[in-house]
Design a protein around this ligand. Structure first.
Ligand code: 4AD
Ligand code: MG
Length: 452
């Protein structure tokens, strides 16, 4: 039986004989009896096993140590301590795998930097098992959120020939051993890359099925060594036909709040752990976000606020500049003190597909900025006018041949449509308070690092 199920059972489980398969978190020999803490990853709380010295199996505790895997049989009894409801009166221990002395996860708490070097073992720690359970729950509820709204889940391709964001930070996919060879000799007979976003493909489906989303891994060869960038990360991207920027923002706000609610309702034990050990006050911070409405501001007004701010920014602020994380965090943490949606950015700093506003200077873009992280969501209303889009592709120096199909969506029954992308790891950081994005994904990939 899974430990979570045992600890969540009603009292009918008392006196029942059960078998648990787990790893030993700690073992304490008290001469007349020994305590064994068992953890199988199903929940944070270990199951305490108690074995009597009079039991013939007792000798086995000298063969096992922290990290060993065992199958333990016994009777569930009420725990005399107040740490847990039940404990296991051990009758039989079956040693599955002993653990050698050089096991790196002994008692003392290891730093996250060190744990990154043993990413294959860190799921055995409280922090990483809690993150894994939360991630799994939020993925499941992401699908639930969109299915409940009748969105269709589209699996968009990983290999692509177009650079969605036009930022040029692409990983090339090739079977050529000599990159100087002509690309027509390559597997796909053209240059191909790992996708940076499923958006353009999702748009094709939205322009037929109305409301869709894609959720998968995305790849960026970005040269940014920050605590918020990965080379491989997961992005959740809804795309909605007949939808303008304001509706788009509403869906994003509702989704983020839903994710917070799920974490606090379905993963409360793990959230309490994050609240106690990762970020003090985390739960209160999240509850306040649930109660507040996200603030909406235009890029132009945001720049005015930043110019008036009594702050020395590393990157000077003026209309037309890209917002740096220091600017985003000032807006969210110091000025508005809640999540902020910044809209209508200058078209020069945003992607080619965003819809031109009537002022001729800005596009219908929106970024959602949150405390501690900065940009969590990037979205926009898409340019649905054929001629305007052709112009934008050309202005961005993109090869129009690659976007022929994308342009056809604007020829055959074009509609107003919008969408956004949520960086899933940034969402996990935001909800757990974890400082570094490398610590909220199973096996992080970043520049100079692709271990495990
Ligand atoms: O703002 P971005 O670049 O937007 C898009 O890719 C759009 N095509 C999305 C859409 O409209 N469908 O990326 C979206 C989000 C960012 O707000 C950020 O949270 C995350 O993806 N993100 C990253 N997360 C981790 N590591 C990186 N290198 C990231 N780059 C972007
Ligand atoms: Mg962005």
């Amino acid at each position: 039986m899974k430990i979570k199920k045992i600890l969540n059972s009603n009292e009918e489980i008392i006196d029942k004989k059960i078998k648990v398969s787990a790893w030993i978190r700690s073992i304490r020999d008290q001469k007349n009896f020994a305590f064994i803490e068992l953890n199988d990853g199903s929940c944070m709380m270990p199951l305490q096993g108690v074995i009597d010295a009079s039991n013939e199996e007792f000798r086995k505790i000298y063969e096992i140590s922290t990290g060993a895997s065992v199958e333990v049989e016994g009777i569930i009894v009420k725990s005399p301590g107040n740490k847990q409801k039940y404990e296991l009166k051990v009758e039989k221990i079956n040693i599955l795998g002993t653990c050698t002395e050089d096991y790196p996860l002994q008692k003392k708490r290891a730093s996250f930097e060190f744990l990154r070097t043993i990413a294959h073992l860190r799921p055995r720690t409280n922090t990483f098992s809690a993150i894994s359970r939360l991630r799994s729950s939020l993925v499941y509820h992401t699908h639930k959120f969109f299915h409940d709204k009748d969105f269709l889940y589209i699996q968009t391709p990983i290999i692509t020939s177009s650079d969605t964001e036009g930022a040029g930070d692409l990983f090339r996919v090739t079977t050529l051993d000599d990159l100087k060879k002509n690309e027509t000799l390559d597997f796909f007979k053209k240059k191909t890359y790992l996708t940076v976003s499923g958006q353009l493909n999702a748009e094709a489906f939205a322009c037929a099925l109305s409301d869709v989303y894609t959720f998968g891994p995305t790849f960026r060869a970005e040269n940014s060594h920050t605590s918020r960038h990965l080379a491989e990360f997961w992005m959740m991207e809804p795309e909605m036909a007949f939808c303008d920027l304001l509706k788009d923002i509403n869906v994003a706000e509702e989704y983020i709040k839903y994710m917070i609610k799920v974490a606090l309702e379905k993963n409360l034990e793990d959230m309490k752990f994050f609240n106690n050990f990762i970020e003090k006050g985390l739960i209160e911070r999240l509850e306040n976000i649930l109660k507040s409405n996200f603030e909406k501001t235009s890029y132009t007004d945001a720049i005015k606020i930043l110019e008036k701010a009594n702050m020395k920014f590393e990157y000077p602020v003026k209309w037309g500049c890209d917002l740096q994380s220091e600017h985003e965090r000032y807006l969210v943490e110091k000025h508005f003190k809640k999540p902020v949606v910044v809209m209508d950015y200058p078209k020069e700093i945003k992607s080619f597909y965003m819809r031109d506003n009537d002022d001729g200077k800005t596009v219908a873009a929106m970024d959602i900025l949150v405390p501690k992280i900065g940009e969590l969501v990037g979205g926009s209303q898409r340019e649905e006018r054929y001629d305007v889009l052709v112009n934008k592709i050309e202005r961005n120096n993109l090869d129009i041949e690659n976007y022929k199909w994308y342009l056809e969506l604007r020829k055959f029954g074009s509609v107003k449509h919008s969408g956004f992308g949520v960086g899933f790891e940034r969402l996990i950081q935001f909800i757990t308070g974890m400082e570094n994005i490398r610590d909220v994904i199973a096996f992080p990939r970043y520049q100079g690092n692709c271990e495990f």
